[in-house]
Design a protein around this ligand. Structure first.
Ligand SMILES: C[S@@+](CC[C@H](N)C(=O)[O-])C[C@H]1O[C@@H](n2cnc3c(N)ncnc32)[C@H](O)[C@@H]1O
Length: 316
């Protein structure tokens, strides 16, 4: 597995999120009749449910890190909150500002371009809540970022994290995905692999053995390359699941007070969309039963609500 430095990662992430490909992100919430949109919308719904549960007053200040094309920011503005944001992409910032101005002209939006792995340009204890939706896996050091989040949150402030997971039900029903999941655990992988046998063997820690076969004929057969990709931007995506996210939050002085899972389905293949919707709706309903809490962990997305830990909390 090739290593990457903090500067290389942020350069690649910035390049990717400013590339022409990100235009499609503007449309990714537009209807539910597609796997990608079902993913974005089910994730956003859970995040907004947590926001609503906080019962924040009108005008409360919320910071969104990695606001993308602004689909969540706009909904926060429509709820009467003052919305601040930091995102590394100039292009997405323009899209987000346009969306917010159009859909919520009376809203208060302060969306900026910047790197959330640097010190934030805000005073201590400025915000009532911070949202991080689908950004954590791009960070080189999530710990450093969450320490900054902790600094800018009020003493009663909350952090909501929603993150794609690499272990979900849909991954256990395909042989390639299952093998990849096993390699993640057994080889203690830090970063995502493409779901191809070539990537599983060459890009993981198994690359010590198999890397030398990377350019051989057998490693490049159709069978070995199924699911493979080569990215122009050499960014790495960190692997997360409920447990890893909770430990991250705990060690950066947050107390986990709510846990949800969403995006249930039997396959990541878009051709199973209708079946995924059926299974998804069924399981989504079941997770709300208190005896079925474990089901939440089978979904493709983890959503966690944390409260900033006060000094006294630490003693309990
Ligand atoms: C998958 S998108 C999610 C966008 C939005 N939160 C949503 O759920 O629709 C990830 C976002 O994180 C931003 N991002 C990634 N790494 C970042 C960093 N180090 N600093 C600031 N923004 C970053 C990207 O530009 C992108 O907008």
């Amino acid at each position: 597995m090739t290593k990457i430095t903090k500067n290389e990662q942020i350069e690649a992430v910035t390049g990717w999120w400013n590339s022409g490909n990100i235009r499609k992100f503007d449309k990714q919430y537009d209807d539910w009749d597609h796997e990608v949109m079902r993913y974005q919308n089910s994730r956003q719904t859970k995040v907004l449910n947590f926001v609503d549960e906080l019962n924040l007053p009108n005008g409360a200040k919320i910071l969104e890190l990695g606001y993308g094309a602004g689909q969540t920011a706009v909904k926060l503005g429509q709820r009467g909150f003052e919305v601040h944001g930091i995102d590394v992409s100039d292009n997405l910032c323009k899209l987000a500002k346009g969306r917010c101005e159009k859909a919520c002209p009376e809203g208060k939006f302060f969306l900026t371009v910047g790197n959330v792995e640097s010190r934030f340009n805000y005073e201590d204890e400025t915000f009532d809540a911070v949202l991080m939706v689908g950004i954590m896996h791009y960070l080189f050091s999530a710990d450093d970022c969450l320490k900054e989040v902790n600094r800018v949150l009020n003493s009663n402030g909350h952090l909501i994290v929603a993150q794609r997971k690499v272990f979900s039900m849909a991954h256990f029903l395909s042989m390639r995905m299952l093998i990849r999941s096993l390699v993640y655990v057994v080889c203690r992988e830090q970063y995502e692999l493409f779901p191809s046998y070539k990537s599983i063997l060459c890009d993981s820690n198994l690359g010590v053995i198999f890397g030398k076969f990377k350019d051989t004929k057998w490693m490049n057969t159709k069978f070995m390359l199924k699911g493979h990709d080569e990215w122009k931007f050499k960014l790495k995506k960190r692997i997360y699941d409920h447990g890893k996210l909770m430990s991250l939050c705990k060690r950066t002085d947050f107390k986990v007070v709510g846990l949800e899972g969403t995006f249930f389905g039997i396959s990541e293949n878009p051709k199973y969309h209708k079946l995924n919707v059926l299974v998804g709706n069924y399981l989504e309903g079941r997770t709300q039963n208190k005896f079925n809490g474990y089901l939440k962990r089978l979904g493709g997305v983890a959503v966690i609500l944390c409260r900033k830990r006060e000094q006294l909390d630490g003693i309990n």
